[in-house]
Design a protein around this ligand. Sequence first.
Ligand code: RM4
Ligand code: MN
Ligand code: MN
Length: 386
Amino acid sequence: MSENDALERLAALELETPSWGYGNSGTRFHVYPCPGAARTVWERLDDAALVHALTGCCPGVALHIPWDRVEGWDELARYAAERGIRIGAINPNLFGDDAYRLGSVCNPDPGVRARALEHCRECIEIAQRVGSTTISLWLADGTNYPGQDDLRGRYERLTAGLTELYALLPAGMRLLVEYKFFEPAFYSTDLPDWGTAALVCRRLGPQAQVLVDTGHQPQGTNVEQIVAVLLAEQLLGGFHFNNRKYADDDLIAGSIDPFELFRIMREVARARATEDVAFMIDQSHNVEGKIDAMIQSVANIQTAYAKALLVDEARLAAAQAEGDVLAAHRVLLEAFETDVRPLLARHREALGIDPDPVEAFRGAGHGERLARERGTASVESAYEQL
Ligand code: RM4
Ligand code: MN
Ligand code: MN
């Protein structure tokens, strides 16, 4: 692809950042408060707007309900618009309530299941109020011990609950179904993998699609192959980008394994899928800064995508057809090894932003300013945050 075509495709890539990535978060061991971290949803929107201003490609911010609940949704949507951003995916929270000890939509108690559905209904209403067309659903449902509950019974409750939820979706609204193979449940998870998520989405209908969180796969999983198959089946609804080393670590995207991110973005580039897929970041930074780490993630995803766009498709197809295994592999490596910094600098120049948005954030002293304005919040418990 020519540089100009690559620039055009790059300009079409929009990434949504998560409100929960801007507040204090930690592990179950401790939360180290970050000076200047956002304390309210309004401040989280301010930070998302700053990320957009510095990167030029993050106009959406995802909300988690009830973490981001406000009285006036119209006011919140207006507040976002005034800062040049919009509210993106609405994430129902079906794990942060005592009632959900044994699950939400798969709970053996019909009363708890009804409560979970009512929360989802409210989230759909919120989405409509703030002009969002995406509900992003992750269930923490599962069991910890063999025999704790009936696996088939739970699957029936899952499909019945999501069928009810699907029926509530207005036209034009999508339900993204996220899977994760373990945690918080350690024996079985009700939506453990892409296959189960895809089966459920097929059952529900075209408004339901799978969400691939890059940190939610067992070690060694070929994530790009999952992406390729879901794209082929028109079942890929979106991504939650982050990186992991061991589990659902939520580290900076592309920090541990940039080659994997490149391979994933290559499938996206090959399918020309940037319009139909929601590209979202799902990270929470515990020991690094919040905003610069988010910007670094955005830059890493753009870098991976730019490299993916440079794959010489004609030479690759020829090598594959000839069965020249090494030549085909080397075509991919050639793109991965290309220095795309000049290309990204051109892209950012055209937008009128700094070619290094992380340095721009740091050089302008935003971190120090926010620490002065907001101080350092005291955080009582990790459990109250994420
Ligand atoms: C989960 C999952 C969800 C996210 C929560 C906070 O592991 O990734 O997408 O909303 O964490
Ligand atoms: Mn996620
Ligand atoms: Mn996760």
